[in-house]
Design a binder for this molecule. Structure first.
Ligand code: ADP
Ligand code: MG
Length: 629
């Protein structure tokens, strides 16, 4: 038996690395299985090019827990190592790699920014084991080797009588890491990191029920047999060519990724590039609600089919983190902080590639099956609107297919909308005024008033729409958005012809005084006398567009003015001086009757704006019954 000292400059770096990588101990299994996979795929390559004259067969990787012996085994049937190779790759390369890693990350490893710890490799076994053994037999005709190391830089190496080709790594699990002797914990890790690795991984066996033999009786038990429990799918959909996959394959892969998700995805996008970077993957559009706080972190990042993280921030543009699916790229640097990642040229290219692919897919859906696209619009609009807001490149593309639904269920692109409304909805300053509602029920009377003028009313109800309108108003020329209750109908879209008031200036003064006397101090209504059509409502409550939109924008974050969110609602009370009822209020002699008329009218206006509540509502009902009598 030979012994030696591993060539590292630090005397005992094992405890050190163990300590500061505490949160990530579990990655040792991913590392060992990655090595076993590499060794298997290397052998495959060597046999394919005729360099290794052995039968490749159907190799698998096996993970075994020996709870009694406190050992964990990882066994592969890959190319193995000769004694020379163990000395070189394990004693020198692996450990120097680990030391290099240590030097590089001693300070920054605690920085939450680091994703995973790729590059730690074989050495990570010592995070959970007090002793590690390697028994390996090369595909070359050389004796097997048994290497053993107890956690100090001292190792021993001797011949072994292992007959089969491949490598077995044995971890003697340390007392503080016995969780890794639990089947359930190992299963969980295999599911998390190795679900789609390219070589079949066996963990124990399972019982399979066989068909009953012919002539078996009704209540004879079906025969069973023990088979290997293979925990992974070595050929996940994203590694295949899109032409080899059917719609159903994409759906079943979605179920494989999210077994707890019962809703089907709306559509998928298959990503596949090899220049200037390598990237494959499948993204899915799930049904999204109007809730901005929906769970992100649903896209999984892989590197050559090894799970890395489900936090793709910085790699996938923010607005697409609401999607689901997988991306796999060997070109994403993993040992760096998030801020570095965002500045990395390759990562920037990846991010803009993904954005472009998503835009192209949406565009082709829109072009090829508009009806279906319209049906899905409500479930996908939040991603598109968010993308238009945050990425200018995406805005340019999406502007062609983003839809504007009307309250009556028609869908227009912006261009179509412009065409449709420009004749009737251009105001005296040549500005195109786009009317919208955010709630069909609550704003019903305002919608009806607008429609009676022949105006088109959109239904825009997503939480970030205010921000998008703001952006549209600044990027496009001469347009503005106004909610149907932002002003009274003649002012919403102001045309040349102004109405002549039936009231004289003195009468107006008196009317205003009468009204203010009844409203008193409490009111947050600004009274505005307007000469309108005699059949327009006598009293209308409006909410100016600008302030309301700023408030709403601030509630969904950013964009609005500081402190706006806390401001009280401000309303205008528009009084139509040409309405009969208003004339009656003015001319009523008895103070009591005047007050009643004013209160009743104000309450009706409040009612149609959804503002009449509580005691005010109770009083209104009481008063109304009195009047009905
Ligand atoms: P890396 O995988 O990044 O090269 P590791 O520290 O994980 O670094 O492994 C060091 C080297 O040890 C590998 O490059 C490989 O040559 C060798 N090795 C590790 N595990 C195995 C294995 N199961 N079979 C054959 N060789 C292995
Ligand atoms: Mg490795």
């Amino acid at each position: 038996m030979a012994t030696g000292k591993i060539n590292v400059s630090v005397d005992n770096i094992f405890p050190l690395i163990k300590k500061f990588l505490y949160s990530d101990h579990e990655i040792f299994l991913r590392e060992l299985i990655s090595n076993a996979t590499d060794a298997t795929l290397k052998l495959k390559h060597l046999t394919a090019i005729g360099e290794a004259k052995v039968e490749y067969g159907n190799p698998i990787i096996e993970v075994k827990v020996d709870k009694k012996g406190k050992k964990l085994h990882v066994i592969d049937q890959g190319l193995g190592m000769t004694e020379e190779e163990v000395k070189k790759y394990i004693n020198e390369v692996a450990f120097s790699g680990a030391e290099e890693f240590l030097n590089k990350y001693e300070d920054s490893a605690k920085d939450a920014g680091i994703i995973g710890h790729f590059g730690l490799g074989f050495y990570s076994a010592f995070m959970v084991a007090h002793k590690v053994e390697i028994i390996t037999k090369s595909f070359k005709d050389e004796p097997a080797v048994h290497w053993s190391c107890d956690g100090s830089p001292n190792f021993s190496i001797e011949e072994s009588d292992k007959k089969e080709r491949g490598t077995e790594i044995i971890l003697h699990i340390a007392d503080d890491s016995t969780e890794f002797l639990e089947d359930s914990r190992i299963s969980e890790l295999l599911r998390k990191y190795n679900k789609f690795m390219p070589v079949p991984i066996k963990f124990g066996t399972k019982t399979e029920t066989l068909p009953k033999p012919e002539g078996a009786k009704e209540d004879d038990p079906a025969p069973t047999k023990e088979v290997d429990n293979i925990v992974n799918n070595p050929n996940p959909a994203w590694t295949k060519q899109p032409t080899d996959l059917k719609e159903e394959d994409y759906k079943s892969f979605y179920r494989e990724l999210y077994p707890m998700q019962f809703e089907e995805p709306l559509f998928h996008i298959h990503l596949n590039v090899d220049y200037p970077f390598n990237l494959t993957g499948i993204l899915y559009f799930p049904k999204l609600t109007n809730d901005l706080n929906i769970q992100k972190d649903k896209i999984q990042l892989y590197q050559n089919q090894v799970f890395v993280t489900d936090n793709v921030e910085g790699i996938v543009p923010e607005f697409l983190t609401m999607l689901r699916g997988v991306i796999d790229s060997p070109d994403i640097p993993l040992n760096v902080s998030r801020s570095y990642l965002q500045a990395d040229g390759a990562v920037k290219k990846i991010s803009s590639y993904i954005t472009r692919k998503v835009a192209d897919k949406l565009n082709s859906l829109f072009k090829n099956d508009r009806e279906d696209f319209e049906k899905k619009w409500n479930d996908i609009k939040i991603v598109i609107e968010y993308g238009m807001l945050s990425e200018d490149k995406f805005f340019e593309k999406a502007d062609k297919f983003a839809l504007y639904p009307t309250v009556d269920g028609a869908y227009y692109t912006f261009e179509e909308l412009q065409e449709k409304i420009k004749a009737n909805q251009t105001d005296k300053d040549d500005k195109l005024v786009i009317l919208y509602a955010s709630d069909k029920e609550a704003q019903h009377s305002y919608i009806e008033t607008a429609k009676s003028k022949g105006y088109e009313v959109l239904l825009l109800d997503s939480p970030i729409i205010g921000h998008l309108m703001q952006k549209m108003e600044t990027t496009k020329e001469k347009i503005s958005f106004a909610r149907v209750d932002a002003d009274h109908i003649d002012k919403l879209i102001q045309k040349e012809d102004t109405q002549i008031s039936k009231l004289s200036d003195e009468e107006k003064e008196k009317l205003k005084a009468d009204l203010e006397a009844v409203f008193g101090e409490k009111s947050n209504y600004t009274v505005q006398l307007e000469a309108m059509d005699s059949d327009a409502s006598p009293f209308v409550i409006t909410e100016p567009e600008f302030l309301r939109r700023m408030k709403e924008m601030q509630q969904t974050g950013g964009g609005g003015m500081f402190g706006m969110g806390n401001m009280p609602e401000m309303y205008n009370l528009i009084v139509n001086t040409n309405h009969e009822l208003v004339g009656e209020i003015l001319n009523t002699k008895t103070a009591k009757k005047k007050e009643r008329l004013i209160n009743q009218s104000l309450d009706l206006a409040k009612l149609s704006k959804g503002l009449l509540k509580g005691a005010e509502l109770t009083n209104f009902i009481k008063r109304s019954y009195e009047m009905v009598k």
